[in-house]
Write a protein that binds this ligand. Structure first.
Ligand SMILES: O=C(O)CCC(=O)C(=O)O
Length: 404
């Protein structure tokens, strides 16, 4: 692990803020924080979340281990040695894995995969580079790629509220969003480092490619498990070819989340409750803990599993599957002891792709483009699943009760 967050010039002032007694010392800190971020004076009280959103479960208060499905996907990712398995046996093993994944996506919207095929060494290298970015660079170096919070597709670095349009309930997080397209991604690295940090660029590209490959396999398996007719399957294949969804490099995003230690983790959140808008998310988290999901109205913590990746269904796949698969609300909870790092790959369609249920009879959503959906999400703060509801076709009764 790199330098502790106490050495990071942004967060110590923020960290001590909540325990400061007097208004004058608070305002001195406000000024110091504003100078560091070179932004208009932030009100640090805005990191204290409204009571109903605060976490009641600590980052490491894990539930029953066996409850969140852990699926070994080796049958898809590893080619057996000659003679180790017949083609029929392999097919049978793949069928069993596919069934488990589809069941988990329907019941949980979340599962973890092992034997996913992303090399352990690559993950370690990626973690090292991400920690170096957050912990070793000066604030002004990171701010060279500060996100434009008003953009329809904000990329780059954000710290707390800086780089977002959030004014209250500000998340306790530093994050870095990078486009998975190699050339676009390069541009961000060249802005941060004068020498372009070749090794950072190489590792992000390899990581993105490897995570993209697994994501595509997962999508293929999950769509294959939907009860689709030939017409819908052809439609899905057309989507893939025309939109480049079949390509890891299309329109996807790699995101690094760094949660510094927080003196009052019960008052704030690293990320508020949201569902992911994309098709599918693949996330690597370190062993600290902090990811929580909402299952049947109750929050529960996902215990990190060494060498596993967390998979979750995004809104776009929920729509594609006409609500068979569920995109589920989740959030990130902070802790007072250790920084936490998570690294995600968000699989996206191309901007002009029309998202509509693949099965055409009785669709539950009106068609929309990925660009429309993405922009709608960034225009409002995503709270829970509010974004998806805007595109739902409601019957008269539901319409009435929504208005009342
Ligand atoms: O860091 C985590 O565990 C959650 C990350 C997440 O939800 C996101 O990046 O959208």
């Amino acid at each position: 692990m790199g330098a502790l967050a106490q050495d990071n010039p942004i967060w110590p002032s923020l960290a001590s803020f909540l325990s400061l007694p007097s208004a004058s010392s608070r305002s001195a800190l406000n000024a110091a924080f504003a100078a560091l971020l070179q932004t208009s004076a932030p009100n640090l009280k805005d990191y204290v979340w409204t009571e109903r959103e605060r976490p009641l479960i600590a980052h490491n208060q894990f539930g029953d281990d066996e409850m969140i499905p852990v699926i070994d996907m080796g049958a898809f990712t590893f080619v057996p040695a000659d003679g180790a398995m017949s083609a029929l046996e392999r097919q049978k093993a793949q069928r069993s894995v596919a069934t488990q994944m589809a069941k988990a996506s329907q019941e949980w919207g979340f599962f973890q995969v092992t034997n996913h095929g992303v090399p352990e060494d690559l993950i370690k290298e990626m973690e090292r580079h991400a920690r170096d970015f957050f912990e070793l660079l000066k604030p002004e170096e990171k701010r060279r790629i500060l996100r434009d919070g008003n953009a329809g597709k904000p990329m780059g670095y954000a710290c707390g509220g800086a780089g977002t349009r959030l004014k209250s309930d500000i998340p306790w997080i530093e994050s870095l969003h990078l486009p998975s397209m190699a050339e676009e991604m390069d541009g961000y690295a060249w802005k941060v480092w004068q020498d372009g940090n070749k090794d950072f660029r190489r590792v992000v590209k390899e990581f993105s490619r490897a995570m993209g490959r697994v994501s595509m396999k997962l999508i293929e398996v999950l769509v294959g498990e939907l009860a689709l007719g030939q017409k819908e399957k052809d439609g899905m294949m057309r989507c893939k070819v025309e939109d480049g969804v079949g390509s890891w490099s299309s329109n996807s995003v790699v995101r690094f989340n760094y949660y510094p230690p927080c003196p009052q983790p019960a008052l704030t959140l690293g990320l508020g409750a949201h569902s992911d808008p994309h098709l599918l998310t693949l996330l690597h988290q370190d062993l600290v803990g902090g990811l929580q999901i909402c299952k049947d109205g109750l929050w529960m913590a996902i215990r990190p599993k060494p060498n596993a990746l967390v998979v979750n269904i995004g809104d776009a796949l929920q729509v594609w599957s006409n609500d068979v698969y569920k995109s589920v609300e989740h959030r990130a909870v902070c802790n007072s002891v250790k920084p936490r790092l998570s690294m995600g790959f968000f699989l996206n369609p191309l901007d002009e792709t029309i998202i509509t249920p693949l099965k055409s009879s009785s669709p539950l959503y009106k068609p929309f483009t990925w660009k429309e959906y993405r922009e709608c999400m960034y225009a409002h703060r995503p709270r829970g699943k509010s974004n998806l509801l805007q595109f739902k076709l409601l019957n008269d009764q539901q319409n009435k009760s929504n208005i009342m």
